[in-house]
Design a protein around this ligand. Sequence first.
Ligand code: PHE
Length: 449
Amino acid sequence: MADKKRETFGSKLGIIMATAGSALGLGNIYRFPCEAGANGGAAFLMVYLALALLIGTPLMISEFVIGRRSRSNPVGAFKRLSGARSAWPVVGYLGVVCAFLILAFYTTVAGWTLGYLGKSVAGHFGGQDLEAIQQQFSDFTNHPWLPVACQLAFLALTAVVVMRGVKDGIERWSKILMPMLLVIMVVLCVKSLTLSGAGEGLRFFFKPDFSKITGRVVLSALGQSFFSLSIGMGALITYGSYIGRRDNMVSSAVGVALADTLVAVLAGVVIFPAAFSFGIQPEAGAALAFTTLPMVFQQMTGGYFFCLIFFLLLVIATLTSTISLLEVIVAALTEELRLPRRKAALVGAAGTAAIGVLATLSFRTGSPLHIGASTVFDLLDHLTALYMMPIGGLLIVLFVGWKMKRADVMAELTNEGTLRAGLRKGILFIVRYLAPVAIAVIFFSQLLM
Ligand code: PHE
């Protein structure tokens, strides 16, 4: 019954593009370089690659299994697959809350991308030196209302697309724009690599110093891989519920994981050589991407246009991610509370705005929006990526590996036996044993220290 009413993505390319749209975003271009820069560069990259491919990809597939099997939002999915009396739906609620908290701080930086798109149209970076560009970032984030206005505009844009529904809104955008982003990243790489002093940045990013790998670095890499692949909180359960019966979930997930990893690595290859060449610290944090990239554009012929196209694509890549976050909330509100889609999108966006504005304002110098030493922004970021997503991910693999019937899981993985089982048995093995043990060890060893 539910199958008939529910929308599905129009094609295999549609799922891949929508999922890639969710995965590719600020996590790759903004958060990954921040985390890699703060955690020792290459050492972080190695751990990240291992975790994203070995644990992250099977977890993506697990979410697709839950989504397509149940054809439901994360809360409804656990209710349907485990019975309403069980405690499992808590995982779904956790996911919806997590989507909401991520959306709150994610739209802070999303707003900046919109602001920077405006700056590139106005040509604010032309002829400016490093100091001036750093000053622009600090002026922008310290402005009393501009970043808030940008954030609210971004949320409004997200809500408008989500109101129009999955296929029209989400699928159509992602299909055209994700490949374009990849192309411009490659162009930027070439430029960055030819800057003087680029070699030092490459060494920082690719030559690992294994003594830098601590428990904290590993947990940060795990959190980053979950964040970047949009897993551990139900976004891909939600998208999985729109996948058609005949589509190949395994190859789609592998394709998206590879593309996501590629874009993160490309972002590193653009940002670190350039940062070292300009004398920007790799630990510069929030400012890293927003100062390095405008500096790279300065050095390029046609820099004005490249800068403009880049920020336009970044806005759109970010938008396809915020859409997937709001969609988690909207799917839960429409199916569990029977709200109409429009209303659900408005409620979700308004709720997000209330907390999100605090995250944005917490960036201002001297802002009282701190709890202990952390800003509201950092707090939301750490709470979700270092705690909620690892716990969510752990529970999801346990659910698929141990609670669901093995035959049901294999039926999903092989499209009712029409696809080859060999590789898929390997995936199920990782989901049952390797992934839960690895996540638990990484998470709890850090918690206890
Ligand atoms: N994966 C997105 C990014 O890297 C962020 C995101 C996280 C989106 C969780 C949806 C769910 O930008």
